[in-house]
Design a binder for this molecule. Structure first.
Ligand SMILES: Cc1cc2nc3c(=O)[nH]c(=O)nc-3n(C[C@H](O)[C@H](O)[C@H](O)COP(=O)(O)OP(=O)(O)OC[C@H]3O[C@@H](n4cnc5c(N)ncnc54)[C@H](O)[C@@H]3O)c2cc1C
Length: 446
């Protein structure tokens, strides 16, 4: 299939994490007619993991990565930076699902995190970019406490370690009395997402691995034994291609009406003063996901760009994969309210950056990893957990294309395809209403 690419990515608002970092070098665009052994399209978690694994598996081969935007400006640089090992089904009440499936998913997520940890080690990333510190599910009232208790039971059944935190421990950590409890699990990694992907992309570049930015693929066609990708200033011909574009898989003509395109949003404060940090109290660095999957994620960060707080909430269903600019203003009000509820001691600290970014989900919570057509591989549809599952998908696509098998790849192979969505309007109205209902039920967690 493929042919011309129907839509290129548009990312709403500035990527705050990337804006904190020193300016990147001038981008290298793809120009002229290039040949490669491997072409990877997309330089998010999936694309970078695929390129890294290809460089390991085929050290003599030339690998070209084409990214439509700058590395760190797309969704991979826009997320909240929780690389989560445990089940994280956003459609559930408490992230958990069926025991067997959750055990397998946890093992697979850990393979993704292990590869990320390996890349962090090989490329000398700082603890600000990647650290395996675990994470907390924060509860803000009886409903959240109940979700955490249910999830803890599920973890017990899975044989997973966890620690319950009471309100006082949560206040010691976060400085706010907003949280009534917490559930700590040790396996997650925390990343500064833009620093992570920029450092990995920088580490990958060699005389064998070329990363071109601001080089969107506008067409992809098969000619004899090669796939030919067209960019605004040239072409890349390669016999093997890995599509690592998450929901934009659909823009290449694959999985029509099977992918659910959702945006979520974040705001980041300006740098806090020393006096404000002292007034807030708590630890200088922490991160919590909400006990209710549709609630508010909060990170307190301290590093490049100073001490700040990052708030993420709201999901919107946007089948066009684009959102109007006014949306950021609207959801910004929810961020300001969530901030004011949690940090009344800080008064009204302005948000310096507000942004949104795409997620790609499937109705049955499956990824699309495997061969779409001869020589054309997919590492897409990360179901909202792309830091870990995107890394896993890219790694497995590279391994599959090289005949390397594993239990994780076998599971991907045996998984169902993403379920077909019900026809147009019904799917649109139904999905939007479901998100709104879920957010309303999240109550204090939002
Ligand atoms: C505010 C927010 C918070 C989030 N928090 C978390 C979190 O805490 N933990 C977590 O796991 N996930 C989180 N996510 C989701 C996570 O960011 C995504 O799941 C992840 O980025 C997907 O990784 P990926 O590599 O598959 O795709 P992407 O990161 O989307 O990378 C795909 C790349 O392909 C490029 N591309 C698309 N089309 C083309 C083309 N035609 N030519 C060339 N390049 C193209 C895009 O520009 C993009 O850079 C969050 C997302 C947002 C927006």
């Amino acid at each position: 299939m493929a042919g011309s690419v129907s839509r290129l990515p548009r990312d709403p608002g500035p990527a705050g994490w990337n804006a904190l970092l020193p300016d990147a070098a001038v981008p290298v665009h793809q120009e002229g007619a290039l040949n490669a052994d491997w072409l990877v399209i997309g330089a998010g978690f999936a694309g970078l993991a695929a390129a890294y694994r290809l460089a390991q598996l085929c050290p003599g081969d030339r690998v070209v990565v084409l990214e439509a935007s700058r590395v760190g400006e797309g969704p991979a640089g826009r997320n909240s930076g929780f690389m989560i090992d445990l089940p994280h089904d956003l459609a559930s009440d408490n992230y958990g699902g069926a025991l067997e499936a959750d055990l397998a998913q946890t093992a697979d997520n850990r393979r993704g995190i292990a590869l990320a940890a390996e890349m962090a080690r090989v490329y000398g990333l700082s603890a600000e970019a990647f650290v395996q510190s675990g994470k907390i599910n924060g509860a803000a009232g009886p409903r959240g406490d109940r979700h955490n208790a249910e999830f803890a039971e599920h973890l017990q059944a899975m044989g997973e370690p966890f620690e319950m935190l009471d309100a006082a421990a949560m206040k010691d950590l976060t400085g706010t009395g907003y949280y009534t409890g917490g559930l700590f699990t040790p396996g997650a990694a925390m990343i500064q997402p833009a620093l992570f992907v920029r450092s990995v992309a920088g580490g990958l570049v060699s005389n064998r691995v070329l990363v071109f930015e601001d080089s969107p693929v506008t067409g992809l066609t098969r000619k004899n034994d090669d796939w030919i990708a067209t960019t605004p200033c040239g072409t890349v011909a390669a016999p093997q291609v890995i599509l690592a574009v998450n929901g934009h898989l659909q823009s290449f003509g694959y999985m029509p009406r099977r992918l659910i395109h959702v945006f979520t949003y974040a705001s980041m404060t300006r740098a806090l003063t020393d006096e404000e940090c002292a007034r807030l109290g708590g630890a200088a660095v922490w991160g919590l996901t909400p006990a209710d999957p549709l609630g508010t994620t909060v990170r307190r960060i301290s590093g490049t760009g100073g001490d700040r707080i990052v708030i993420r909430n709201r999901f919107t269903f946007d089948p066009s994969m684009e959102v109007p600019d006014a949306r950021l203003t609207r959801v910004g009000k929810d961020h300001d309210r969530a901030f004011a509820d949690r940090f009344p001691m800080l008064g009204s600290i302005p948000m310096e950056y507000r942004w949104g970014g795409r997620l790609c989900l499937s109705l049955n919570n499956v990824q699309v990893v495997g061969e779409l057509e001869p020589g054309l591989w997919s590492a897409c549809c990360q179901n909202g957990l792309g830091t870990a599952r995107g890394t896993l998908a890219g790694m497995l696509a590279a391994e599959a294309a090289n005949g390397v098998t594993s239990a994780a790849l076998e599971r991907m192979r045996q998984a169902e395809a993403p379920k077909k969505l019900p026809p147009g309007l019904i799917a649109r109205a139904g999905a939007a209403a479901r998100l709104r209902w879920g957010e309303w039920r999240a109550g204090a967690e939002l």
